[in-house]
Design a protein around this ligand. Sequence first.
Ligand code: AMP
Length: 215
Amino acid sequence: MNIILLGPPGAGKGTQARHLVETRNMVQLSTGDMLREAKSSGSEMGKMVADVMARGDLVTDEIVIGLIREKLEGDNKGGFIFDGFPRTLEQADALGQLMDEQGQTLDAVIEMRVDDAALVDRITARSTCAGCGEVYNDNTKPVPADGVCTSCGEKKEFTRRADDNEESLKTRLMAYYKQTSPLIGYYYAKEMLSRVDGLGEIKAVQGEIAGVLDA
Ligand code: AMP
């Protein structure tokens, strides 16, 4: 089963994708993670996108479609979870085409609904285990006092994303509403859209998503 998790920054797409990887053997394709990797590897592409990402704007369709194209050729085990992709109508069209070329289908698009005030609180309180990517929150799920990640059991650094600040969050939200939210109508019209309440407890959201996948 191949699915898209759609929602603004901080909606919990990454957290839910990680759970699906663990429980359903799915493969998470996060263009944000791929771009951050390119940045930290110091590649030419990484250098090109660094400023755009720091500001909170979208990188070009060409770059992210290229990243996804490479990954679609790999093993998809229990199916792909597209996390943070597509973010524009052009990317959505390209994904449809790429899936056709691979003889694959897109089975569901899950919109994670949240309100903006909650997003600011979530994002500015967020940190991530540098080892496994487990997401923590200063208020609801603080980093363990002994510094040992509850997910991977390793004593790693817990890092904050450079773009998780109020200024770039404003730009990221604007990009979401202007460029990405039209995808809600796009997939609704294709009769692929389901909605879950992204503001619930992590387990409740997991349950709602399972309900969509197992329907
Ligand atoms: P994310 O980790 O999904 O929040 O993405 C972090 C940043 O990477 C975004 O603010 C964009 O600058 C860039 N990015 C990630 N995915 C895409 C995409 N599909 N299209 C354009 N830019 C993207």
